[in-house]
Ligand binder design. Structure first.
Ligand SMILES: O=P(O)(O)OC[C@@H](O)[C@@H](O)c1c[nH]c2ccccc12
Length: 267
């Protein structure tokens, strides 16, 4: 359960020579009824974990695709409470680790301690709260740790080396390497210095490093994964589910994970 489950699952895949792939889903996009079916589909595709977003009215880090999905989900009446209840109901049939992604506001309103208790009960293994900076993280990490939930940290291309070292030394589950400047959303390509950034993170981090933001095809996933442990894909997956193009999701995931001739190097 929790942090250990994420780390064990990832380690097993890496040892088999697979790259990691974490798709992002907006909970409640298409209604909560389709959530379980989508999770099961992604499990069958061989994903390493699923990042499940809680819709929020003011998603500062999100680009247009995820913003729109959030609005659709809010229209369906999705709440954090509803998502946790749903996850709890379907807990037994799931095998893949679940990482909840929420802005601080809904969690704060829920109550930090209640959130940790209920998330644990619902089978949540890790949490990403992008608007909690390093300096404030103790606000949430105490409760999360009590319930063995991983607090997944993000680093940005603009983070200073000292900050990167500090974040990497605290990281648990995996380290989320934000690989573009700006908001979430598909991009044509990544800056050439991203590979140096990923390799630097690999040197400092004791947990797997995954690159996210702007990854929208197999070629990009492979290129980035070559320099780290895998990728996180949001906007493209959200779009393909919305358009019912599930076959393309399968091709994207399978093509991204089974390609490791060389393992990423660790210093
Ligand atoms: O959509 P992209 O560019 O593929 O990026 C992943 C991203 O969507 C997902 O991890 C995410 C969605 N909302 C976020 C907010 C902050 C950090 C990460 C996220």
């Amino acid at each position: 359960m929790g942090k250990e489950r994420i780390e064990r699952t990832f380690q097993n895949k890496l040892l088999r020579g697979e790259k990691l792939f974490i798709p992002y889903l907006m909970a409640g996009d298409g209604g909560l009824d389709v959530l379980d079916e989508r999770i099961q589909f992604l499990e069958k595709c061989g994903v390493s974990a699923i990042e499940l977003g809680i819709p929020f009215s003011d998603p500062v880090a999100d680009g247009p695709t995820i913003q729109k999905a959030g609005l659709r989900s809010l229209k369906e009446g999705t709440t954090l409470t509803g998502v946790l209840k749903h996850l709890k109901k379907c807990k037994k049939t799931r095998t893949v680790p679940i990482i909840l992604m929420a802005y601080l506001n809904p969690i704060y309103r829920y109550g930090l301690e209640n959130f940790a208790v209920d998330a644990k009960e619902a089978g949540v293994d890790g949490v990403i709260i992008p608007d909690v900076p390093l300096e404030e993280e103790e606000l949430v990490t105490g409760y999360l740790h009590q319930h063995h939930i991983a607090f997944i940290r993000l680093v940005a291309l603009t983070s200073s080396r000292d900050r990167v070292k500090e974040i990497a030394s605290r990281s648990e589950g995996f380290l989320y390497a934000v690989s573009v400047m700006g908001t979430t959303g598909a991009r044509k390509n990544h800056d050439s210095h991203v590979k140096d950034y990923l390799e630097m993170l690999k040197r400092y981090s004791s947990v797997p490093v995954l690159a996210g933001f702007g990854v929208s095809n197999v070629e990009q996933a492979r290129k980035l994964s070559y320099h780290c442990d895998g990728v996180i894909v949001g906007s493209r997956i959200v779009e393909l589910f919305h358009e019912d193009r599930t076959e393309e999701i399968k091709v994207f995931i399978r093509g991204s994970i089974h390609h490791t001739l060389e393992p990423s190097h660790k210093g």
